[in-house]
Design a protein around this ligand. Sequence first.
Ligand code: CP
Ligand code: NVA
Length: 300
Amino acid sequence: MSRSFCEIFDLTTDEIYQVFDLCKKMKKGEIDPRPLVNKSVACIFTKPSLRTRVSFEVGINQLGGHPVYITDNEIQLGKRESIADAAQVLSRYVGMIMIRTFAHSDVTSLAKYASVPVINGLTDLVHPCQVMGDYFTILEHKSKDIYKVAFLGDGNNVANSWLNLAARIPLDLRIGTSSETGPDKSILERAQRNRKSRILVTDDPQEAVKGADVIYTDVWASMGQKDKLSEKTVTLKKFQVNSSLLAGADREHLVMHCLPAERGREITDEVIDGPHSIVFDEAENRLHIQKAIMVFLLQQ
Ligand code: CP
Ligand code: NVA
């Protein structure tokens, strides 16, 4: 049975640190594993992407493998044939499957029926590679036992992945969002039940950022939900990451955004281009962390 990575919660705390350790060593060039030599990786995208597509393709090449880019035009997952059939067919050709799509259940079904590892490259529910790379980026920039992370804006797939990380790694996580845009209830409750982290969901942006080490935001309307943008722009207005809000954060705070950003909406130019911003280090680390995740899964 191969191991898949559908969400951060699939890994134990110890395994998450193993991935960070691998990532650090690979990024420094201390190790150069090539577990994908003579193997291909199916990269399925039913949503657009810059970072995920390019960093996976480059990372697969660096691990000795060959990426096969597949869009919904060809595969029509669950429509042209069942996900179970597609999973079993793909497993006969490739050593691994990476997928970005809408329904999270499509990814877990693919993982259930595939005999090779499946990696989630974003669903409507979670974006696990993103938040693994983000936490690794924080570790590179700041040394602390427990980071105070304030996520501001839509309680979306990225916010849900922060909650999944908080279920495994101690964090002081504050989610600043409106009552209508909160994170997934069952992911929130699971993270609270796990008692690893202090978790606060608040509709007061100042309370969320108070003394925070990291201020994180993302678009207010995710892919597939852009029709809600004008409504959410009204609801989430007070959660914009701008310099007046950041006055309440720790003096040495870091500013993060998974990108793509809608500059002037969830974050101002002044902040995203400012001295506290580490958004491009974050983007770079998608490459390193995904290589580490692939190596880790292939070792299981
Ligand atoms: N952050 C991220 O996943 O970017 P893409 O949508 O461009 O892949
Ligand atoms: N929440 C965003 C993240 C994009 C990387 C989306 O799902 O569109």
